[in-house]
Design a protein around this ligand. Structure first.
Ligand code: SER
Length: 326
């Protein structure tokens, strides 16, 4: 049985991504700048990320490149955010497999060999499929995804749980819904419309949405996403009955309701709907999640609903637009 040890020197993979970029900065605030080593595969880090602590380019699918940084910094925990998301994964399933499966396998093997204190590896609502009950989807249910991203995330949950039971590696993970944020754009997911719509509302008061108006998915605002990740990472191991597959809910809205929330601020905001290949992916995912396990085992509690998120997104994006950032 694994013993809970504190995280002291943390490696973040995928640190240049939508979630990784903000999560790394928060971890640096909490654990100390030099104790959180950021890594990315090819996208250049922002000045803030690069200047606030160590940064390296690595490829998680190449184990030696990860080991080198781990040895150099005496890393004891890995927050493994590197992944290819659903839409890019459908365009390049082979790359999704390589990064999401071989990459995770390398991370878990490193954790086993070096007896690391903790591995955090997010999963996703993409583990579900059309046979899964769509409303208030239970934690334990049918996992038959239709995307390569979903296939890799189901395998990742099972692999993480296996490493915990078989080797005592303290691996933890949660199923993120669509994540909305204003710092770093998401990279090729199906839920990206829920971010793009705010940028276009601020810039042009017009948006062409790539899913239907009635498409309803679970979503979460970035401050809640960061909080959920760190709360799970820091929860006492003894309280956990689940490990790599926690549902985490925050809000659930249709694309039309999202537009209506923005229209409360910009009454002239216009949205047209032109569904593309991502519609079928969205249709195969839940509309809302039952996250009782997360609430009971580590006290999960979201703070933002749709209108609170809209207000905060628009305030931040209006400022950035005035500063000429987009
Ligand atoms: N946001 C992700 C995607 O759309 C879901 O985990 O791929």
């Amino acid at each position: 049985m694994a013993e809970s040890r504190q995280m002291k020197k943390i490696l973040v993979t995928g640190a240049v991504g939508q979630i990784g970029s903000e999560l790394t900065l928060e971890l640096r605030r909490r654990y100390g700048a030099d104790n959180v080593v950021a890594t990315g595969r090819k996208t250049a880090p922002s000045d803030e990320l690069k200047n606030s602590g160590p940064f390296y380019f690595i490829d998680v699918a190449k184990k030696e490149s990860v080991v080198e940084v781990i040895e150099k910094h005496g890393i004891d925990s890995i927050v493994h955010m590197a992944a290819i998301l659903s839409a890019v994964g459908e365009k390049n399933p082979q790359l999704a497999w390589d990064v999401n499966i071989n990459g995770l396998y390398n991370i878990l093997e490193i954790a086993r060999e070096r007896e690391l204190a903790r591995v955090i590896v997010p999963s996703s609502i993409a583990v579900f499929g059309p046979e899964t009950p769509r409303d208030n989807t239970p934690n334990e249910t049918v996992l038959k995804p239709r995307t390569m991203y979903g296939v890799t995330k189901v395998a990742g949950e099972l692999l993480g749980d296996y490493y915990f039971r078989r080797f005592g590696v303290d691996v933890r993970g949660l199923r993120y819904p669509g994540i909305v944020s204003h710092e770093t754009l998401p990279g090729g997911g199906t839920t990206d419309y829920a971010v793009a719509i705010y940028y276009e509302a601020v810039k042009n008061r017009k948006y062409t949405c790539f899913v239907r108006e009635d498409t309803r998915l679970p979503m979460m605002y970035m401050p809640d996403c960061i909080k959920s990740t760190i709360d799970l990472a820091e929860a006492p191991l003894d309280n956990l009955k689940h490990h790599c597959d926690f549902n985490v809910g925050a809000m659930s809205f249709s694309a039309g309701e999202l537009a209506a929330s923005i229209r409360k601020h910009y009454p002239d905001f216009e949205v047209t709907y032109e569904p593309d290949f991502r519609q079928a992916i969205a249709d195969s995912w839940p509309s809302s999640l039952d996250d009782t396990a997360a609430r009971e085992e580590w006290g999960w509690q979201p703070a933002f609903d749709l209108d609170a998120m809209t207000k905060d997104m628009l305030e931040n994006l209006e400022r950035k637009h005035r500063e000429g950032k987009f």
